[in-house]
Design a protein around this ligand. Structure first.
Ligand SMILES: [Ca+2]
Ligand SMILES: [Ca+2]
Ligand SMILES: [Ca+2]
Ligand SMILES: [Ca+2]
Length: 217
């Protein structure tokens, strides 16, 4: 299941047509709550809504401030999900996808919140390599404990992404981690469209399940 979800999100970023089949627009973050962007590409709204990045931008790193925003050294961006929420899958599958983009993979501290004031740190998300240009997934279930009271029934409305200070800051416009979009994967039924052609989705899932593992690493 993890492999399928990884491929599924990968195809989401790689193909607009498939993205429209699989994920509803509402799966993506809806509003900017707070930010401190220490870069030239400092329009936080470019991180809202559906992902804009396409693979043909990777070679020459040609993407504009309308595609994504750059956090800069120690910068952060807090977003709210208004027409959807973030939940845990109940296992180690990725629950949240951060479309960190650009020719240099850069790491992010990720926090989530129910109310925007009390935060759960869900670790550092780090893209595997520049070839994984569609971002990085986050599993939030591993941070649920009896002590914090969070479980698969908990729904989070806020996500804060912060630059760790360990990234590349040579290009001011694109300093630090670069965010194109943030999407909730779980609860799955709330984030996916009601597909008008179920056969298409089934064929896609079947095809993805048959992909050689190495293609998805
Ligand atoms: Ca949304
Ligand atoms: Ca999970
Ligand atoms: Ca950058
Ligand atoms: Ca964007």
């Amino acid at each position: 299941m993890r492999l399928i979800m990884f491929c599924l999100v990968a195809s989401l970023a790689a193909s607009t047509a498939r993205a429209e089949i699989l994920f509803h627009d509402r799966a993506f973050a809806d509003a900017v709550v707070d930010y401190n962007l220490i870069s030239g590409y400092n329009d936080p709204t470019s991180a809202l809504g559906r992902n804009d990045w396409t693979a043909d931008m990777v070679g020459v790193n040609q993407w504009g401030s309308e595609i994504g925003t750059s956090l800069g050294n120690g910068g952060y961006l807090t977003m709210e999900f208004v027409d959807n929420e973030v939940g845990g899958s109940g296992d180690s599958d990725k629950d949240l996808w951060v479309f960190e983009i650009g020719g240099i993979p850069e790491e992010l501290q990720i926090e989530i919140s129910i109310d925007g004031s009390s935060w759960l740190d869900v670790g550092v998300a780090d893209r595997a390599s520049a070839t994984v240009d569609y971002g990085v997934g986050v599993d939030i279930d591993q941070y649920f404990t009896v002590g914090n009271g969070y479980d698969t029934s908990t729904r989070f409305r806020y996500v804060r992404v912060s630059d760790t200070g360990n990234n590349s800051y040579n290009m001011f416009n694109k300093a630090g981690a670069d965010i194109d979009a943030v999407a909730a994967i779980y609860p799955l039924s709330n984030q996916t469209t009601s597909v008008p052609e179920p056969a298409t989705l089934l064929l896609l899932l079947f095809g993805l399940a048959l992909l050689p593992r190495r293609r998805c690493r």
